[in-house]
Design a protein around this ligand. Structure first.
Ligand code: SAM
Length: 262
């Protein structure tokens, strides 16, 4: 009897350890992306690598960006990966009018300003502590996403504050649900949707973005991660609208993309 119990406990330990070490693979197996994946080069030829030698390819001149590193000691919340930040920076080089939902620390806003041309304008909409007072959680909104939304709305100064890049940036402190998009119709070359990850907010930001994007403009969404709790509403919403809109997921990233051709 005792022997049976020991075997059972060992079996459970092995099972738990296997799960912990392969968590990502197991999640990927159960939570398949419903959105078609593309290689970054299919989005824009600018991302094609330069042939250097038979066993080496490297970045083309146009994809070399200005960037910075946030040290691991600096516990900034809600950031993009380096690869995602590079993609956003490269696309910013080709964009004169940029809009962002969700400034947070201002990492992506700063990169957009550093890499776009000198006359480019970046508008970034966000919540600060002041705007949290009148916020509503809808029934469709994921609890974890709502909690994260509050935890990420802590900044009133940003990584670019006090730098030259700040001259290109306009920050709007407002709940995007109340934001009037009517003066920005067809205006933007690039829109980055990385605001609230609740269903009601991501739906609101997306519907406004489809009106604000210009012909040939690009909309990017952050945090399309099937199986991740805090991304649940982003994933559900994008899966739903991808039946009607040509939304694609950039391989090896949590970025989804739509290129306007209307
Ligand atoms: C994930 S962070 C953005 C990260 C940033 N783009 C970066 O990569 O550095 C989310 C931001 O969205 C903002 N946000 C959340 N809900 C919002 C809403 N309803 N209206 C405006 N901003 C919102 C939060 O205040 C927070 O600054």
């Amino acid at each position: 009897m005792t022997k049976d119990i020991i075997i059972l406990v060992l079996f459970l330990v092995v099972l738990i350890l296997t799960y912990l070490f392969n968590k990502k693979k197991i999640k990927n197996f159960f939570y398949k992306s419903k959105i078609k994946k593309i290689n970054i080069t299919e989005l824009d030829q600018i991302f094609e690598e330069k042939f250097i030698s038979e066993n080496l390819k490297g970045p083309k001149e146009e994809t070399i960006i200005k960037s910075f590193i946030i040290s691991p000691h600096n516990k900034i919340v809600g950031m993009t990966s380096d690869y995602e930040a590079w993609i956003i920076s490269v696309l910013s080089k080709k964009s004169d009018n940029i809009f962002e939902f969700g400034t947070c620390s201002g990492k992506t806003t700063y990169l957009m300003a550093l890499n776009s041309n000198k006359d480019a304008k970046i508008t970034s909409l966000t919540l600060g502590p002041e705007q949290l007072k009148n916020l509503n959680k809808e029934n469709t909104d994921n609890k974890i996403s709502f909690r994260n939304l509050i935890n990420e709305s802590i900044y009133e100064k940003f990584l670019f504050s006090g730098t030259d890049a700040e001259n290109k940036i306009n920050i709007i402190f407002e709940d995007s649900v109340n934001f009037d998009e009517s003066k920005y119709i067809n205006k933007f070359d690039l829109i980055f949707i990385d605001g609230g990850h609740t269903y009601s907010v991501v739906k609101n930001d997306t519907e406004k973005s489809f009106k604000m994007i210009n012909k040939n403009g690009i909309i990017l969404w952050h945090d399309y991660v099937p199986g991740k709790q805090s991304s649940k509403n982003v994933v559900n919403y994008l899966n739903e609208i991808s039946k009607e809109k040509n939304i694609l997921n950039i391989r090896n990233t949590s970025l989804c993309v739509f290129r306007n051709s209307d």
